[in-house]
Each structure stands twice: as structure tokens, then as C-alpha cells.
Design a protein around this ligand. Structure first.
Ligand SMILES: NC(=O)c1ccc[n+]([C@@H]2O[C@H](COP(=O)([O-])OP(=O)(O)OC[C@H]3O[C@@H](n4cnc5c(N)ncnc54)[C@H](O)[C@@H]3O)[C@@H](O)[C@H]2O)c1
Ligand SMILES: [Zn+2]
Length: 359
């Protein structure tokens, strides 16, 4: 078992990683709870819901709520439905919500937990690699037609229980997606780790390497959010690659590419831009080779209009005034945020499309 402690403004919480931990949950959950509501999506439910409820029901009264898999469940309608489920199950302030699933379930169930009866405890049980990122740091939210994550709160779980055995059923694109955020955490922190990842072929990923990468990634994220929980400054570094990624995701329509795949491609552009603007010496070529070797879907960008992408980037909620504030690297492990003018960004994006997307 691997264990990390995360500090937050409200309480400290533990992240435990262990293969098969879903079968012995009652050893890891406080026995003062009377009732537990497990929230999951219909894909994760097929694999793991029975095992999780079986491991809880000796000790707690267990209720379950299953929402459809996919980003569209992070909606007002599903939020309301889950609140109805909480009332129907008569959850009280001594009850617990468990979010069993990827970032979608974590964000949705966490937001329900943060508002039901002004907040009840919740535990994150991530089942995707990407959720090593989303389950830590306390951001919970649902989407609005105006944009992603616009209705939410900062609300930390009481614990994160990560059963890495559940990651064995992830489809390839979700492994790539998770590793988009893993390599982001590596680039923000540690050159040796980046070099190690460049050797990695995702289809050959071992449990040891995965556990190691998740633990390191969680530590990097935790170190940043512990210093800047409310995104006043430092936390913006976690947006490395995300400005272009959000534009790509919106242009392709949700479902056209996974979030972490778009982030991995967005990072390639951030590295190129960092070299151009800061004359940084960065492993741009090795990085592009790595994501191409691992089948990140560059081809989906062919045909996208760069002017439209720039427009989208200007509307990204992280853009301030006329300039787009971009997360760049002066070197691996040294991020910074810099304003980039529209003309420069357009030139660099066109060069990125010529040299990386179409080459
Ligand atoms: N709160 C944060 O700080 C934060 C950070 C990053 C991302 N997010 C949010 O996270 C969400 C993306 O998370 P995600 O990539 O985990 O997506 P997801 O939760 O939608 O999961 C991706 C897909 O994998 C399936 N799945 C999940 N676990 C599985 C398993 N073990 N085996 C087989 N299939 C499985 C799901 O049903 C879904 O189809 C977005 O909504 C994003 O906004 C939040
Ligand atoms: Zn992300």
C-alpha cells in the first residue's frame, strides 16, 4: 500500500493506493458513518459496483446511484437527480458519499456532497488514470451550457482510495488521456522523470510503473494546491497545455478527443512556444516523438482552422484582457505564466500545424 497525506485549508486527507483495496473498504473508512451512497456511472458500475457495495454492506446501510457514463452527466439534471436520491435515501449529516469512477463522477458526486445539507463527507474512489489529477485538490463542479465546470465549489474529500487494479479495464484512449496529465506533472517538476517517461510505451505499462507515476503525479499536484488552493497564482501552472486543449476539445465537440489526449497535444505546442518566446532549451523533439509513438490522435486536428482555435483560446476562462496568458516552461520543472499577443500566437500555432500536425 502506498499512502500520501494532502493538506487543505479545511482538513488533511490521505490518499491510499493499493491493488484490490475495493474488496476491503471497511478497513479504510471511518465506522462512524451510518449510511453510504455510492455514486458511479453505468460503465464503471458494470465492472465494480457490486464488489464495492459487497465490501461495504456488512458495516453500513448502502445505497447506490448510477448516472450515464460521459461528460454530459455533469449536468444540472443529474445533479438534481442525485440530490433527490440523497433525500430518498434519507442521508443525514453523518452519512457519506463515495464517488466511484473517473473525473466526471468525482466532480459531480463531489459537488452533490458539497451542497447537500450544506455539505456532507465524501470519498473519492478514482477508477481512471486521469482521476489521479481530478481526485486531489478539491475542485468539484458541473457544467453549464456557457462552459465547463462553471458551477462548482472547492470541497475536499475526506479520503482518496485508489484501487489501481480497476485501471486494468480502461480502454486505450483513457490510458493515453491519463498519461497526458501524468507527463504534464512530470514536465512541471522533474527532468529525470520526464526522461523515464520518454522510454515508456503505453501498451507495455506495468503495474509498478503505473503506481510510481500516479504517486509522483499526485505529489506534484498536491504540492501545488497545498500552496495555492484557490488558484490565486501557482495553481495556474497546472493549466500547462490546457489553453489549446480546451480550444481543441470545444472545436471537435466533446467526445471527439479525450481531455488528456488534447492536453498532451496542447503541451507539445506549449513547449514549442516556450522555446520561441523564452529561448528555453526543452526536449520538444523527444516529446513530440513520444506522443506520436504512443498514438495520441494528432490526425483529429487536421482540418481544424487555426483562427477559430485562437478565438476559442481568447474565450478560455483563463484568458485575461487582450493577451492570452500562457503557461510556459523556462526549463523542465520551471513553469511561468506569460502574456502572449494574438499575432505571435497565430504565427506559432500555424508553425505548429505545419511542423507537427501535418508533418
Ligand atoms: N476537479 C478537477 O480538478 C479536475 C481535473 C481534471 C479533470 N477534471 C474533470 O474530470 C473529467 C474527466 O475525467 P476522466 O477522464 O476520468 O473521465 P470520465 O470520468 O468520463 O471517464 C472516462 C471514461 O472511462 C470510463 N471508465 C472509468 N473508469 C473505468 C474503468 N476502470 N474501466 C473502464 N472504463 C472506465 C467512464 O465510464 C468513461 O466512459 C472531466 O469532467 C474534467 O472536467 C476535473
Ligand atoms: Zn486537465
Amino acid at each position: 500500500m502506498t499512502s500520501l497525506m494532502i493538506q487543505s485549508s479545511t482538513h488533511d486527507y490521505e490518499v491510499v493506493l493499493q491493488a484490490g483495496i475495493r474488496h476491503e473498504l471497511s478497513h479504510h473508512i471511518n465506522d462512524t458513518y451510518r449510511m453510504v451512497l455510492v455514486v458511479t456511472d453505468d460503465k464503471v458500475a458494470q465492472y465494480y459496483l457490486d464488489e464495492v457495495t459487497n465490501s461495504l454492506k456488512e458495516h453500513y446501510e448502502v445505497h447506490t446511484s448510477v448516472v450515464p457514463s460521459g461528460e454530459s452527466s455533469k449536468s444540472m439534471a443529474q445533479y438534481e437527480k442525485l440530490l433527490d436520491d440523497c433525500f430518498e435515501a434519507q442521508l443525514d449529516r453523518k452519512s457519506l458519499i463515495i464517488a466511484l469512477g473517473g473525473g466526471m463522477v468525482g466532480d459531480l458526486a463531489g459537488f452533490v456532497a458539497s451542497t447537500y445539507l450544506r455539505g456532507i463527507d465524501f470519498i473519492q474512489m478514482p477508477t481512471t488514470i486521469l482521476a489521479h489529477d481530478s481526485s486531489v485538490g478539491g475542485k468539484v463542479a458541473i457544467n453549464h451550457t456557457k462552459g465547463k465546470n462553471l458551477i462548482g465549489s472547492f470541497y475536499n474529500p475526506v479520503k482518496v482510495i485508489y484501487d489501481i487494479e480497476t485501471l486494468t479495464t480502461l480502454p486505450e484512449e483513457e490510458i493515453r488521456s491519463g498519461y497526458g496529465e501524468v507527463i504534464k506533472h512530470a514536465l512541471l517538476s522533474d527532468e529525470d522523470w520526464v526522461k523515464e517517461l520518454f522510454q515508456l510505451s503505453l501498451p507495455l505499462l506495468t503495474t509498478e510503473q503505473l503506481t510510481d507515476d500516479l504517486t509522483k503525479g499526485i505529489r506534484v499536484k498536491a504540492d501545488i494546491v497545498e500552496k495555492d488552493e484557490r488558484e490565486q497564482g501557482l495553481r495556474r501552472h497546472l493549466n500547462l497545455g490546457h489553453t489549446l486543449a480546451h480550444a481543441i476539445e470545444t472545436e471537435l465537440g466533446y467526445g471527439g478527443i479525450t481531455h488528456g489526449e488534447a492536453v498532451a497535444i496542447g503541451i507539445a505546442f506549449s513547449l514549442q512556444l516556450s522555446e520561441a518566446k523564452l529561448t528555453s532549451s526543452l526536449p520538444v523533439k523527444d516529446y513530440v516523438n513520444w506522443i506520436k509513438k504512443n498514438d495520441y490522435p494528432f490526425h483529429t486536428l487536421k482540418g481544424l482552422d487555426t483562427d477559430r482555435l485562437i478565438e476559442r483560446m481568447k474565450w478560455d476562462k483563463k484568458a485575461v484582457s487582450q493577451n492570452i496568458h500562457y503557461v510556459l516552461l523556462t526549463s523542465v520543472g520551471s513553469p511561468c505564466v506569460m502574456p502572449v499577443g494574438e499575432e505571435e500566437l497565430t504565427d506559432e500555432l500555424n508553425r505548429f500545424f505545419r511542423e507537427v500536425i501535418y508533418s
